[in-house]
Design a protein around this ligand. Structure first.
Ligand code: ATP
Ligand code: MG
Length: 366
């Protein structure tokens, strides 16, 4: 039986609660399939650990992440855990993993599940697209030293490299190939989101997009300026398949997109590289609702499903890919039924009741 090591960074705030439900579901699906063995190893890296011992992630903890087959994260971050200069220490974990393990693709599926109240008028048409974010460079590359404050002028430098852009755009096209048949209107398409009309760095991003797109004649090319994209995501979300954008633009658009599918509690994500990957809900540690068993664990459960899909592709193990699909189907069924759900989407159930309902559904569907 194939064996996979998963480093589990439950983290802070609601992190441990939602992670526990994802682990419950992963254990259940593993038992059902009986063809793979997931070994979970706890990793205490967190802002809470920083407050106790002055380090958000130790070298041993980083080494564990590096040697794991995949990482599952709850949420890391506490308002009071900061460096002298004001920066939150969660970057010591999240950015360290992104940069040092080259998790260059930030992948945010945006899917409106049946039975979930979304805020948009045309939601009847359905929403099912993915935001692909360049995770390493772009405007946020400044945080590694590009920022310059002098004489009451602050500047940041955007970095768009040919190598980095090629990698992310190619990832987006490969994803569109994999999703064939899935987009709401059936059209496979990668939308390049930029501001090529104003900044030459984005014009360069678009030029490289064109070069990569030429290798994928079966996938439609599409362009949108970021301001228009924000408008389209609200007005006609059903028309999209895969969006690809620079780091900051995609960061902003992905928060917008989670609002359109019922909120952060439902939005999973992956930080994915060629050899390593980490999966986590899109929300933060939400300390205000921590420890009350009211957080929605669905985003984390779906992130666990994405992890199995990625592991399955990495290791050409179809049973893992199927197990990932099973998790998504069970979540969809629970949401559609609409009886067991947390307060953020209009229900009264507890965090663990939602995890239990997903496990029951998995068993039913088997
Ligand atoms: P970060 O800086 O880490 O992104 P944040 O301050 O942006 O954190 P979150 O922790 O993501 O915020 O929380 C934003 C809001 O969404 C809060 O009101 C929180 O209670 C709510 N929220 C976040 N996650 C969930 C969840 N899983 N279930 C229910 N409510 C949630
Ligand atoms: Mg936030």
């Amino acid at each position: 039986m194939s064996r996979y090591n998963i480093s589990v960074l439950a983290g802070d705030g609601i992190g441990p609660e939602v992670t526990e439900e994802a682990l419950k579901v992963l254990r259940a699906v593993q038992q059902m399939h009986g063809t793979f063995d997931l070994e979970f190893e706890n990793n205490g890296a967190s802002s809470g650990q920083f407050l106790k011992m002055g380090k958000a992630m130790t070298e041993e903890q980083f080494a564990q992440c590096k040697s794991a087959d995949a990482m599952l994260m709850g949420a890391i971050g506490l308002f009071e855990a900061r460096h002298q200069d004001g920066r939150e220490v969660n970057g010591d974990v999240i950015f360290r993993l992104r940069f040092d393990l080259d998790l260059y693709a930030g992948v945010r599926p945006v899917k409106l599940y049946e039975g979930v109240p979304g805020p948009l008028r045309d939601q009847g048409k359905g929403i099912d697209y993915v935001v692909v974010r360049e995770n390493i460079e772009g405007l946020y590359a400044s945080r590694t030293g590009g920022c310059n404050v002098r004489d009451e002028i602050a500047t940041d430098t955007i970095i768009i490299t040919k190598t980095g852009t090629k990698k992310i755009v190619d990832y987006a096209f490969r994803l569109a190939c994999k999703r064939q048949g899935r987009p709401v209107d059936g059209k496979s398409m990668v939308t390049c989101v930029d501001k090529a009309n104003v900044l030459s760095s984005y014009a360069y991003f678009r030029k490289i997009y064109d070069e990569v797109a030429a290798n994928y004649p079966g996938i439609e090319k599409d362009y949108a300026y970021v301001d228009a994209m924000a408008f389209y995501q609200v007005i006609q979300p059903s028309q999209y398949d895969v969006l690809v954008a620079e780091n900051m633009f995609a960061d902003i658009l992905s928060d917008l997109s989670s609002a359109t599918i019922g909120g952060l509690g439902l939005a999973p994500s992956g930080d994915i590289g060629d050899r390593h990957a980490m999966f986590q809900p899109s929300h933060g540690s939400a300390p205000g609702i921590a420890g009350k068993q009211i957080a929605n664990p669905i985003a984390t459960i779906l992130s666990g499903g994405m992890m199995l899909d990625w592991l399955g592709e990495q290791h050409q193990d179809n049973s893992l890919i199927q197990a990932g699909k099973d998790i998504e189907a069970a979540v969809a069924a629970v949401l559609k039924e609409g009886i067991i759900r947390t307060g953020d989407i209009g229900g009264k159930s507890s965090t663990s009741e939602v995890g239990d309902a997903v496990v029951r559904e998995l068993i039913n569907q088997h």
